[in-house]
Design a protein around this ligand. Structure first.
Ligand code: NAP
Length: 449
């Protein structure tokens, strides 16, 4: 753990002891601590008052039972989570994930990342995350609604526009936010728009929120390339996933003149040498809620579907993992490097394993870490909160312009911070240190709480 091993080593040991078995959380904490040695060496006061230890301990962790009735009249029981990680900069803010793999460790890793990401946006939002082990796949619309209502009946005690503002994540889109906001409104008898973000346009949502994470990741990528005088137009890209982040990443890449050769879902991946038709993909994934294999059936010519091997073996200039954590391994990184990838930008949260990140950095490949590159979603959520507070609604152009400015600021802040700490071009260190300093300064100012 670099410069101040003697200090940060015990902090990490304490995290391991306190949070047994939570591997993803350990991984996320370790990555940040690895960057902080230089900060504590340069500014020792950041090591005082248990500041880093406090930052690694969530302010509040809520676990609750969610009971609901399926279409056959059977009672189903799931587990709900909300981890309110840090509120030094503002109300807790972060998405809800509905996926069978959700457990406390996953929610804590996501909440921890969110604290630094939200700080990097420069907006007044703290960090939190939540979700459930509920699996939305194969559920009827009525079952989704009953689950969301049951989930928010408990969650409602802990959220509010000045307390904690959830949004979507894997398995939670506008439909689910609608059912949760509806139930919250019914329970509180208040039209408290600012309690959720990712809402529909006619009931308090913001233009560009749906597109923001994917668009923002491409803006971040474009800035990284511009810094090295590389043009994005004409490049070949591979994007994993085909959900909210992946679809809008592909849309913006294509809009800026790149070609997307491959994408995936949890059943396999599709390669289309003519370039993925993102409108067709949206029709299949967003509207029909179908599997990606359907793309090949409809598109025909030139496209093929595979369930074996890895989409990261498809040669490309740009790689954007946008599905889930630890999906891009050291082996995948080796394929990408050997095939001459120029830049890798994380659309998802922590999609690259530590080994993969190390390989990209050692090979001198541009690497954009998720807590910086996918911050466009939460930044636009904060813009949604601004619009709700002022009862205003901005145009698409106005909102997208703000998003583009924010992503450029995040990029520049990471790049400058990396330079300042003697690690030029290291966006991982730049993001970790840049986010840390903002949260740590606020925590110091607020006293030992
Ligand atoms: P989403 O709309 O639910 O899409 C998730 C995509 O990833 C789907 O294509 C899904 O395939 C695939 N996927 C999920 N789990 C997988 C697994 N274990 N193996 C392989 N593929 C898997 O979710 P999303 O909102 O795009 O989120 C994607 C990532 O971006 C997550 O890491 C999330 O935390 C992060 N993120 C999201 C936002 C946001 O604004 N939504 C903001 C910042 C970061 P199936 O359809 O087959 O499940």
């Amino acid at each position: 753990m670099s410069a101040t091993d003697d200090f940060l080593g015990p902090v990490f040991s304490q995290v391991l002891l306190r949070n047994p078995g939570e591997e993803e959380f350990h991984q996320a904490v370790r990555e940040v601590l690895d960057s902080l040695g230089r900060v504590v060496a340069k500014h020792p006061h950041y090591g005082d008052a248990g500041l880093i230890e406090r930052l690694c301990e969530p302010e509040r962790q809520i676990i609750f039972r969610v009971c609901w009735m399926d279409d056959d009249g059977q009672v189903q029981i799931n587990r709900g989570f909300r981890v309110q990680f840090n509120s030094a900069l503002g109300p807790y803010k972060g998405g809800l994930r509905f996926h069978p793999s959700v457990n406390l460790g996953i929610v804590k890793f996501l909440g921890f990342e969110q604290v630094f990401k939200n700080a990097l946006t420069g907006m007044p939002i703290g960090g939190g995350k939540g979700g459930s082990d509920f699996d939305p796949k194969g559920k009827s619309d009525a079952e989704i609604m009953r689950f969301c209502q049951a989930f928010v009946t408990e969650l409602s005690r802990h959220i509010g526009e000045y307390t904690d503002v959830p949004a979507g994540d894997i398995g939670v889109g506008q439909r689910e936010i609608g059912y949760m906001f509806g139930q919250y409104k019914r329970m509180t008898n208040r039209y408290e728009s600012g309690v959720f973000t990712g809402k529909g346009l006619s009931w308090g949502g913001s233009r560009v929120r749906k597109e923001a994470t994917g668009f923002g990741a491409v803006y971040f990528l474009a800035e990284m390339l511009r810094n090295r005088s590389i043009d994005l137009a004409g490049k070949k890209a591979v994007v994993s996933g085909s959900g909210n982040v992946a679809l809008h990443t592909m849309e913006k890449l294509i809009g800026l003149g790149a070609t997307v050769l491959a994408c995936s879902d949890s059943s396999g991946y599709v390669v289309d040498e003519d370039g993925i038709d993102v409108e067709l993909l949206k029709e299949i994934k967003e509207r029909r809620r179908g599997r990606i294999e359907k793309y090949v059936e409809i598109k025909g010519n030139g496209a093929h579907f595979s369930t074996s091997g890895s989409l990261w073996t498809v040669p490309c200039d740009l790689a954007i993992p946008a599905a889930t954590q630890n999906e891009l391994t050291g082996k995948d990184a080796r394929s990408l490097v050997e095939n001459g990838v120029l830049a890798v930008v994380e659309g998802a949260n922590m999609p690259c394993t530590p080994e993969a990140v190390r390989m990209f950095q050692e090979a001198g490949i541009l690497f954009g870490p998720g807590k910086a590159s996918n911050a466009g979603g939460v930044a636009t959520s904060a813009l949604e909160m601004q619009q709700n507070a002022s009862r205003d609604s901005w145009t698409f152009e106005q909102t997208e312009e703000r998003l583009a400015e924010i992503m450029k600021d995040i990029h520049d802040h990471c790049a400058q911070t990396a330079d300042e700490y003697g690690l030029p071009g290291n966006y991982v260190a730049g993001a970790n240190i840049g986010g840390f300093v903002r949260v740590a300064d606020a925590m110091s100012a607020l006293g030992i709480i």
